[in-house]
Structure formats: structure tokens, C-alpha cells
Ligand binder design. Structure first.
Ligand code: CO
Length: 186
């Protein structure tokens, strides 16, 4: 994979991130915002046709045996902003999102008899981390790349619409150090 860009500071004759010279991203002296610089870097990647893979950590999902108790604990003891329960029949779960400054926690509680969370809670009666979710820009491109690297996509292999109304896929935990990974296109 490609490393960090060469960031050069030039006189103010170019707009920030405007030019690519020998693969270097040029930023003008007035580029002070690192988020802006990162955005320019991302755009530069797209410009030269490379696929960017995982982005931000979108959420960590925790399977919980008692949804109300878990919400009350996060709201009370941890002082977190806890959302309302949402039923996701396609995924066999009820979810609650907790907003943190840098990411989210997703509580998962079984919905229906064949919920995928049921077996997990039987093995982990007090609950446990169920999956982590990484953001990707293009879920089909990400799937293609991962499958070409030998990773297995769970289910039909086709993206489903997740709890945020965006396409998601799950990757086999045995291919990722025992960790179930969700990819969400943002
Ligand atoms: Co999730």
C-alpha cells in the first residue's frame, strides 16, 4: 500500500492541494487545517485511480443480555448520549446507538427466534464485543479487493442496508484475527 504523501509548502501561487507533481501533493503555505489536507490527500488518491480502503471506525457493537439495563448504565454511570431502540428485522436485532465524541457504540439485542445474536449471547451470557465497523467509500470495490485477497464475505455476499440506512457487509472473523468486521459505505 502507499505511504503518506510528500507534503510540500510552496509560495501562494497554487490553491491548496491543487496540483500533483511527481505524485507529491502540494499544499500552499496557507494550508493550516490538517483535515483539509487529509481531504486533499484523499481526493488526490481518487484522481490517480487508487482505491482507498478502510476509513474511520464507525462503531463498536456490543451484544447485551438486557437492553434496558445497558442503556440505563451508559446514560447514568457513563453519562453518555443514548439513542432510542430501533428494530432491524432484516438483521434479527434491536439496536441502540450511543454517540461518543469520536465514534459510536452499537448495542445489539436479539430480535426474533433466529437472531444471529442469540447464539452469541448463549456463549457469552453477560454480553460481549460482537463486531467492529469500519467505513469504506465504495463497498463493492472494497468487497472485490478483499475477496481477491482471500477474505470471505458472510451471507449472500451482497450488501444489505444497515442500521444507518447505508449498505453494509460482514467479513468472516476467521479471516480477521477472530474479529467480525462490518464494512459500511459512507
Ligand atoms: Co454494526
Amino acid at each position: 500500500m502507499i505511504g503518506p504523501p510528500n507534503i510540500c509548502y510552496t509560495p501562494n501561487i497554487l490553491h491548496s492541494g491543487e496540483s500533483l507533481v511527481n505524485g507529491a501533493v502540494l499544499f500552499t503555505r496557507d494550508t493550516v487545517d490538517i483535515a483539509c489536507a487529509q481531504d486533499m490527500f484523499d481526493k488526490a488518491f481518487n484522481t490517480i485511480g487508487r482505491t482507498k480502503m478502510i476509513g474511520r471506525l464507525n462503531h463498536v457493537a456490543i451484544a447485551v443480555p438486557d437492553l434496558e439495563a445497558a442503556c440505563a448504565q451508559y446514560r447514568g454511570a457513563l453519562g453518555a448520549t443514548v439513542g432510542e431502540p430501533q428494530d432491524e428485522p432484516d438483521h434479527g436485532v434491536t439496536v441502540v446507538f450511543i454517540e461518543l465524541p469520536n465514534t459510536k457504540i452499537e448495542f445489539l439485542y436479539p430480535l426474533g427466534d433466529d437472531s444471529p445474536i442469540k447464539g452469541f449471547l448463549e456463549k457469552n451470557p453477560s454480553g460481549g464485543i460482537h463486531h467492529i465497523c469500519y467505513e469504506v467509500e465504495d463497498i463493492l470495490a472494497a468487497r472485490e479487493k478483499l475477496q481477491s485477497e482471500g477474505a470471505r464475505v458472510l451471507g449472500t455476499g451482497e450488501p444489505k442496508i444497515g442500521a444507518h440506512g447505508k449498505p453494509v457487509l460482514f467479513l468472516h472473523p476467521k479471516d480477521f484475527n477472530g474479529c467480525l468486521i462490518e464494512l459500511e459505505q459512507v
